[in-house]
Design a protein around this ligand. Structure first.
Ligand SMILES: Cc1ncc(COP(=O)(O)O)c(C=O)c1O
Length: 419
């Protein structure tokens, strides 16, 4: 293990006794990186002028170079560092909005996105596309899902719907790993279909990308791709990259926070968006050193997390007599596990009730998804837990969750009993 115990939780700040099986929402940052970040902050605060003139730009360039190699981009100019996937989505969608307002696109031109696209990204589509006359085509996806083919087929159907109604698709927004329910989407295949079907551009929202799944810009072939580094790559909040293929006209992408570097290319614009703390963006090289102390580096971490989350998901589904929300090959470091139907999860707010009870009574932190029953479905599973696995997790975290649910079932808990 090259000097690091990958099961040890001591490297990470965590409340004692908490079983945090929700790395997916906020990620994690080891104590050594928090210290490195503090050193950057002190360096800045002790001589801001010198830091600004001599260190900030080169530091951010170093981080971009690390990311460029990690994601197999052609050139460092293709990599911009931004705060988070939400910001990256705003950058891409803002450029679509300009397509409408500057007359390059016509009213009714479309944007394709998954029904399970992240809520905040859907709002961005509403703000930047629908508001200026764009049409949105949603791809319905089955859940639970049993094969990649189901996703591909629904995607083709959605594009065909657009074509049949004479829509020109200007942008496809495709999640690499959907958030809720969490499923790995076959992005490479979907990008290829977009090319065949004449979709103008493809943006992959991989908020859960780097450190969680394979992220290779040449393989995937999208025009734009974003991934957070604070979710599965151990960076402090908040840091993400936005890849923009050099062959495209990157210059029409701009950071929504306009500052002095406006017009100098997205990467340079994004590296100065006014006075603020840039330390999270500067620790990327130190994070790489941290992950390289684990056997197999980030690849090894990713592989073990996947194996462990599948094993723990299967253990839970067996214990509760339920099933997984996707086959193991359609999950990465998070998997959906069906909860016993008798818990009576019958709306969104029930998921919060159950989640709060798990947190307050059992010290288990896990998000819950509500899947409405389809027509004629009775006594079906309507609640799924999204469990994550990261290096700090241990089997006991999942056993505690299993026992908590069993205890709730045995005591006759149903969501209807709690207002
Ligand atoms: C698919 C997806 N897109 C976007 C986001 C937003 O990420 P952030 O809050 O870091 O901007 C998330 C967050 O979980 C996500 O899962």
């Amino acid at each position: 293990m090259n000097g690091i115990d990958h099961n040890s939780i001591t490297h990470f700040p965590k409340r004692p006794k908490l079983s945090r099986i929700n790395n997916g929402s906020f990620g994690c940052c080891p104590k050594s990186i928090i210290s490195a970040q503090k050193r950057w902050q002190l360096d800045y605060l002790s001589q801001p002028d010198e830091f600004y003139f001599n260190k900030l730009k080169t530091g951010i360039l170093q981080s971009r170079l690390v990311i460029k190699d990690l994601v197999n981009a052609d050139h460092v100019d293709e990599i911009s560092i931004v705060d988070n996937a939400t910001t990256a989505a705003a950058i891409v969608l803002q450029s679509v909005s300009w397509g409408f307002s500057q007359g390059r696109f016509e009213k009714g031109d479309a944007c394709v996105m998954l029904h399970y696209a992240y809520g905040a990204v859907k709002k961005s589509v509403e703000a930047y596309v629908t508001r200026v006359g764009g049409f949105v085509i949603e791809v319905q996806l089955p859940f639970p899902v049993s094969s990649v083919d189901e996703v591909v087929s629904e995607f083709r159907k959605a594009l065909a719907r657009g074509k049949n109604s004479g829509k020109r698709v200007r942008l496809a927004v495709i999640d690499h790993v959907t958030s809720m329910p969490s499923v790995v989407i076959p992005v490479k295949e979907l990008v290829k279909i977009c090319r065949e079907e004449g979709v103008d551009q493809v943006f992959v929202d991989a908020a859960h990308g780097i450190g969680c799944i394979d992220v290779d810009m040449k393989e995937i072939g999208a025009d734009f791709y974003t991934s957070n580094l604070h979710k599965w790559f151990f960076c402090p909040p908040s840091v993400a990259f936005l890849y923009c293929r050099k062959a495209n006209e990157c210059n029409d992408l701009h950071h929504p926070v306009v500052s002095h570097e406006y017009g100098n290319g997205l990467a340079i614009e994004s590296a100065w968006i006014g006075t603020r703390d840039y330390s999270a963006q500067l620790v990327v090289p130190q994070v790489l050193e941290f992950v390289n102390r684990f056997e197999g580096g980030i690849e090894g971490i990713k592989k073990r997390n996947h194996e462990d989350v599948v094993a723990m998901g299967e253990m839970l589904a067996n214990a509760w007599g339920t099933h997984l929300g996707s086959p193991p090959e359609m999950c990465a470091s998070m998997i959906m596990v069906g909860l016993p139907a008798c818990l009576g999860i019958s709306c969104e707010s029930d998921t919060q009730k159950l989640r709060t009870r798990l947190r307050d009574k059992f010290s288990v932190e896990v998000p819950i998804y509500y899947r409405p029953p389809r027509d004629a479905e009775v006594d079906t599973i309507t609640g799924y837990a999204r469990i994550s696995h990261q290096v700090y997790n241990k089997p006991d975290d999942y056993y505690k969750f299993r026992d908590a649910i069993n205890e709730l079932v045995n005591e006759g808990f149903t969501c209807a009993l709690f207002s």
